[in-house]
Write a protein that binds this ligand. Sequence first.
Ligand SMILES: C[S@@+](CC[C@H](N)C(=O)[O-])C[C@H]1O[C@@H](n2cnc3c(N)ncnc32)[C@H](O)[C@@H]1O
Length: 314
Amino acid sequence: MSTTPYHTAVLCEASLDLLVTTPAGLYVDVTMGGGGHSRALLDRLSSEGRCIGLDQDPDAVANAPEDGRYHFLAANFRYLSHWLDYWGVEGQVDGILADLGVSSHHFDSEERGFSFRYEESMPDMRMNSRAGRTARDLLLNYSEEQLADILYYYGELHDARRIAGLVVSHRATGFPTISSLMEALAPVLPKGGPQLRNKLSRIFQALRIEVNDELGALRQLLTDSVRLLKPGGRLAIISYHSLEDRMVKDFFRLGGFEQPADGLMGMPQLQQRVAPLRAITRKAITPSAEEIADNNRARSAKLRVAELRNADGE
Ligand SMILES: C[S@@+](CC[C@H](N)C(=O)[O-])C[C@H]1O[C@@H](n2cnc3c(N)ncnc32)[C@H](O)[C@@H]1O
């Protein structure tokens, strides 16, 4: 049996210090993962408090805290409002926590195809391994232009067009393994060292964000949070990518989204005179050097927290 930890919770104390204002309240951890944040959250709740945990990855269920105050739901958080509506608790939530992206478990599980360390794996990258398209499906079916857009916007790769061209011209291989993809991309890959790792990380990150529609799910969560929280209720989001952090920051400031303009996603735009959420973190909170030394995967984390205004906009 593997002894690798499922995941180490990032910015755990900092996020919960700002999120939990009502120990007897109702909280939702929409990205339960290894359950680190959920367990620490339960520690702060009284016997009347309740917490709902979500994760779209079926592997996560084994980590759900065994606690009468906790209820786990194997679901994508983009459907959170359907569930809360069904249970009749829309507008009654004291706090929502989202710790975005993938868990260490995803990177460390060979068969899940998230990591270029496992060259013989199929490029899969689905967080919900029971549904949806794999990264291989995208590589084989997206147009060259779609692939280039994804690589450029989600991977911030300036040679996105060249990479997309190489993918399309090597489709006959069927990309059965990560090594077959790396062979196709050899002309644009640095020879080794940190530059190679950096480039592969960006390519893999771009594919993963698209496979899981990570920005679409975040956009839905931000929009829905306004209906789900009670006045004074808080939304805490830990993000790991500048696009996510910008969406969160701008949504807190502007309170709505324009329609997607260029086919990828709509950025937040002013929808009403007063944005419904008020940021209570002026700047994003980042992990200490000590936390990063203990857990390298914390290095790009940014935490932002906002509070739902009441009907008077206060
Ligand atoms: C960074 S980990 C969270 C780790 C967790 N905070 C902990 O303490 O272990 C992100 C988790 O969120 C899940 N996830 C990501 N996007 C999701 C979505 N749209 N809906 C539900 N779960 C999602 C992933 O499967 C992963 O387990």
